[in-house]
Ligand binder design. Structure first.
Ligand code: ADP
Ligand code: MG
Length: 565
């Protein structure tokens, strides 16, 4: 047996990789299982063109076995296996991917699911193991070979025995140190949860032996006495295999989507609405998105992190990919799976690429479409949604220099003086009397308080509708929109209301009647607090009201003054 050394560069590369590519050690299992799945896929593809090969689904699986006592974790598969040369080339040469080569050779075949491409995932095993032994027998060969390595020092290959075609990877799990714990990678429940997290949608069964206890057969017991128990081992499939998002929409019920929402812990509430996308255009992806019913407790805080889960070919890559959602739709939960992503080498992050941008744009439009149809067809649901997240939409209109106002303005609701409920801008404008020039609004801390504002009287008297703004952000959002269907917005407390026989004309009467002297005196008394005191025709039952001139309304001035610099 000749021990071969890694080349110097490879040594450094391997060390670097083992210690710095991945942020989480548990990833090693995802990598080894992905390789096993690729190996089975390769037999599957070969069988497509080779009549002597029959692909019998039941024969193909991955098995994960933990032996706590001996600190051994084994991952075996019934895949295509590796010849001596392949062991040498694929495991002895870092960054060489047999799978990438296979994919290229078989590009013409449909629906490839092969995951590997960088030729580094395998070495993640050294994050948790101080020795790795790979025994493999290639398809069509009677011989088996054993590849063994203790990390950066090199590897050895020698002939071995293996009864069936496939690969068995034995990891000698590292001993715990003061800083680092490795025992968890020998615990059944922990391994299970890692498999569920990253590899739940691998298309082949991932099996584990589960130890249980049951009453011993034939051990009849008297009533009240505990039966004698025996341990037994049962093989269970851990992964769900077919992801819900790959299923046909017609096969799925609302409960299936709800269950997925809960399983994934997207929220503790029930989703208000789901969106299932299967895009087959310029970019191929599947997605299941949810509009939650309730505002998460931390939603309007800095702690809230937006993002969707991102899968590449059924394997989880990122828990929260923020780039997939614009801020104004940050409430959306769910996942995206695509074959077309450019992953970086750790497969934890993405290159910022065109595909991702396309998917994000696509998703944004789908969400908007869903909200619009909710608004149109299920108004109650929309209002529930709006109560929870409407504020975020208004922020969306206001932020980014109003870039998204066109997209969002039709989704806004405001309380209406006429309807006594929330209405859209479109509803407002469509019932405006012909002589009405502006969309009127009034601001205040509550509907009740706005109703008492003297400034609303004249407008209401004309039979015009007023939108009541009770949220700080409302007026900022409206100022960003500027006009809707060519109608400008007008605060009822602004100087010029655009109503005939407006306030200004009243000052002439006042001058003539001699009250001008009184106003001047009042102005001196209130100097620094008001700029002008004048007569007004807009008042009916109230003796006085405040109005503003220029761009900022009184309320906006208050908010801006209260904001920290
Ligand atoms: P990648 O999967 O990105 O190609 P890896 O470092 O994970 O890179 O694996 C390197 C190569 O080793 C794979 O491309 C594949 O050719 C081979 N390989 C790894 N594990 C197995 C396995 N279980 N069965 C067959 N071949 C394997
Ligand atoms: Mg791999």
């Amino acid at each position: 047996m000749i021990k071969q050394e890694f080349k110097a560069e490879s040594k450094r590369l391997l060390e670097m990789m083992i210690n710095s590519i991945y942020t989480q050690r548990e990833i090693f299992l995802r990598e080894l299982i992905s390789n096993a799945s690729d190996a089975i896929d390769k037999i599957y593809y070969k069988a497509l063109t080779d009549d002597s090969l029959v692909f019998n689904q039941a024969d193909y699986f991955v098995k994960v076995t933990a032996d706590k006592e001996n600190r051994i974790l084994t991952i075996s598969d019934t895949g295509i296996g590796m010849t001596r040369e392949e062991l040498e080339n694929n495991l002895g040469v870092i960054a060489k991917s047999g799978s990438l080569a296979f994919k290229k050779e078989n590009e013409s075949k449909d629906g490839h699911n092969i995951i590997g491409q960088f030729g580094v995932g395998f070495y993640a095993a050294f994050m948790v193991a101080d020795k790795v032994t790979v025994t493999s027998r290639a398809l069509g060969s009677d011989e088996a070979f054993k590849w063994e390595s203790e990390g950066a020092d090199g590897y050895s290959i020698e002939p071995s025995e293996k009864a069936a075609v496939g690969t068995e990877i034995v990891l000698h799990i590292k001993a715990n140190t003061e800083e680092d714990q490795y025992d968890e990678f020998l615990e059944e429940y922990r391994l299970r949860s890692i498999i569920k997290k990253y590899s739940d949608f691998i298309r082949y069964p991932i099996k584990m032996d589960v130890v249980g206890q049951r009453p011993k057969a034939g051990s009849e017991t008297a009533e009240g006495e505990a039966p004698e128990l025996e341990s037994y081992v049962e093989e269970q499939t851990v992964n769900s295999m077919v992801p819900i998002w790959r299923k046909n929409k017609s096969e799925l019920k609302a409960e299936d989507y709800e269950q997925f929402y809960q399983e994934k812990r997207y929220g503790f509430d029930k989703p208000l609405k789901h969106i299932h996308i299967s895009a087959d255009g310029a970019v191929v992806y599947q997605a299941i998105l949810y509009i939650p019913e309730n505002t998460p407790f931390d939603y309007y805080t800095k702690e809230y992190e937006k993002g969707l889960e991102l899968y590449s070919n059924g394997v989880l890559i990122m828990n929260k990919c923020a780039d997939l959602l614009p801020d104004y739709f940050s409430f959306v939960k769910g996942m995206v799976d695509s074959e077309d992503l450019s992953l970086n080498i750790s497969r934890e992050m993405l290159q910022h690429d065109r595909q991702l941008t396309l998917i994000a744009k696509n998703i944004k439009n789908k969400i908007k479409g869903q909200l619009q149809s909710l608004l149109k067809d299920e108004r109650d649901k929309y209002e529930t949604f709006y109560k929870a997240f409407g504020r975020q939409l208004k922020f969306g209109v206001y932020s980014d220099y109003g870039m998204n106002k066109e997209l969002l303005q039709d989704l806004l609701l405001f309380h209406s003086s006429k309807e006594k409920k929330q209405v859209t801008l479109d509803e407002y404008v469509s019932r405006m009397p012909e002589d009405q020039k502006f969309i009127y609004y009034a601001t205040g801390t509550s509907i009740e308080r706005i109703e008492k504002l003297p400034q609303t009287e004249l407008v209401l008297d004309k039979g015009y509708e007023i939108l009541y703004f009770t949220d700080d952000i409302d007026e900022f959002a409206i100022k960003t929109i500027m006009s809707y269907k060519e109608k400008q917005f007008k605060n009822v407390s602004s100087g010029d209301l655009g109503i005939e026989s407006d306030a200004d004309d009243a000052s002439k009467d006042a001058e003539e009647s001699g009250s001008q002297v009184l106003f001047e005196q009042m102005q001196t008394l209130l100097s620094g607090k008001v700029t002008k005191v004048k007569a007004s025709k807009r008042l009916k039952s109230h003796p006085v009201c405040l109005t503003s001139e220029g761009e900022l309304s009184i309320e906006m001035e208050k908010i801006l003054a209260a904001m920290p610099n």
